[in-house]
Design a protein around this ligand. Structure first.
Ligand code: CU
Length: 200
């Protein structure tokens, strides 16, 4: 809480500042340009705010939150549940954790030409994930689940790279995905996690 004398001091400072500001001679033309610049800034900020509001600009995915500090205790992202899983409806869901400085699991096998749902979470700071030559590119914001649907058209080895600077080891932060021909891929035998997150 502010004490009375310091409050008075701040008020005095503000008054002095305003007096000094009024004392500055600003040319009429200059005044017009200052006003115009402020109006343009106001217009741009207004456009961004309105656009974000109407288009629902949010962190990646559906603003699904998660406690990054307790992922190991979380039902969905516990260590045993990471990687590729096939749910009751046959959908392939891949759960990945990003942490300084790797993506976990370090390596996964997925089928080509098959719709895949990736669910990414961060265990520490802001990370990004980028898989070259695919549409996989998103931020992994701590506290949120980033969900991306994708299909890898061609079999091959794909690197998984971090594209947000996350610390000194950032340039060593990568893992890889083997995309296998659809007919050669077999679903890993794991007990499927019940759909959705369980983040309490
Ligand atoms: Cu990084």
């Amino acid at each position: 809480m502010q004490t009375e004398p310091s409050k008075q001091k701040y008020e005095q400072c503000l008054r002095d500042f305003l007096t000094q500001l009024q004392a500055i001679h600003i040319d009429q033309l200059e005044r017009k340009w200052i006003t115009l610049s402020l109006l343009v800034i106001g217009l741009f900020v207004g456009i961004i705010t309105i656009d974000a509001f109407f288009h629902g600009v949010n962190p990646p995915s559906k603003v699904e939150t998660i406690d990054s500090a307790s992922l190991h205790l979380n039902k969905e992202f516990a260590e045993d549940n990471l990687g590729v899983q096939v749910d009751d409806k046959g959908a392939i869901i891949i759960r990945m954790v990003a942490g300084r400085y790797s993506f976990f699991p370090k390596h996964i096998d997925v089928p080509a030409e098959t719709p895949l749902t990736f669910r990414w979470v961060s265990m520490d700071v802001l990370h990004g994930v980028h898989i070259p030559m695919t549409n996989m590119s998103t931020m992994i914001v701590p506290g949120y689940v980033a969900e991306i649907n994708t299909t890898f058209p061609k079999p091959g080895e794909y690197p998984v790279l971090c594209n947000e600077f996350c610390g000194l080891g950032h340039n060593h932060m990568w893992s890889n995905i083997s995309v296998i021909a659809k007919e050669d891929w077999t679903a890993p035998v794991k007990s499927p996690v019940k759909g959705g997150s369980n983040n309490e």
